[in-house]
Design a protein around this ligand. Structure first.
Ligand SMILES: CC(C)(COP(=O)(O)OP(=O)(O)OC[C@H]1O[C@@H](n2cnc3c(N)ncnc32)[C@H](O)[C@@H]1OP(=O)(O)O)[C@@H](O)C(=O)NCCC(=O)NCCS
Length: 187
């Protein structure tokens, strides 16, 4: 049985599971050049996107969402449950990784920040995760702004750590938040 943390409504947006009629809108901006400039996974095959997004609700580790503003798909949010390579007995299913892409036609309207906040709420309040991280190219100022506004804590600046097909080796920043930090902020 799915334990999807969606739907969730906040900041004037509806965060929900994807359905077939969302796919064309997601495909219309996922491979935009301004998006791919900042993504580790650059071009995504449109059929693969359809398959991945429509099988999301069957996958026990993927809780990505569509961001809907008054019936229009304006962004996609990524929320994966990930396991570290720990020692025997290492707890599983406790950590999350978030990400987001806003349709460039509606960028700069606060949708990225609202999506990061919703992903954190889904991860901590919905899925009961312990720790959530997010990574970005260090020069992705918009994404870094989003992560800081969402209240995440910078943990790492890794020098020339990330390979990008077009840009070569890039610096990467990583942000994190623990459930107790989330609870202290929201209580
Ligand atoms: C990063 C992204 C999600 C931001 O979404 P958004 O809806 O535009 O974000 P917000 O409006 O909430 O906030 C972005 C802030 O960064 C600012 N910003 C954007 N580009 C900037 C730049 N090049 N330099 C400085 N600030 C910048 C915006 O002006 C805004 O701040 P403001 O509200 O003070 O004006 C969106 O640009 C995107 O999808 N980019 C491509 C994919 C991507 O990078 N995803 C993240 C991968 S880690």
């Amino acid at each position: 049985m799915s334990r999807s943390p969606w739907p969730l409504q906040q900041d004037g947006l509806l965060f929900r599971d994807p359905v077939e009629s969302d796919i064309a809108a997601l495909q219309s901006f996922r491979n935009d050049a301004s998006v791919n400039h900042f993504m580790v996974h650059t071009h995504v095959d449109p059929d693969e996107l359809r398959r991945d997004w429509l099988s999301m609700t069957d996958n026990p580790t993927e809780y990505s969402c569509v961001v809907d503003r008054d019936g229009d798909v304006v962004a996609m949010g990524f929320l994966d449950v990930v396991d570290g390579s720990g020692q025997p007995g290492h707890p599983t299913g406790t950590d999350g990784l978030i990400g987001y892409i806003v349709d460039p036609r509606v960028a700069g309207q606060g949708i990225g920040t609202a999506t990061a906040r919703a992903l954190l709420r889904a991860a901590f309040d919905g899925l009961g995760l312990r720790r959530v991280t997010a990574g970005a190219n260090a020069d992705n100022i918009a994404s870094v702004t989003v992560l800081e506004r969402a209240g995440m804590r910078k943990e790492r600046h890794a020098v020339r750590a990330l390979w990008h097909r077009e840009l070569g080796w890039l610096d990467e920043v990583e942000y994190a938040l623990l459930d107790e930090e989330w609870r202290a902020r929201t209580s």
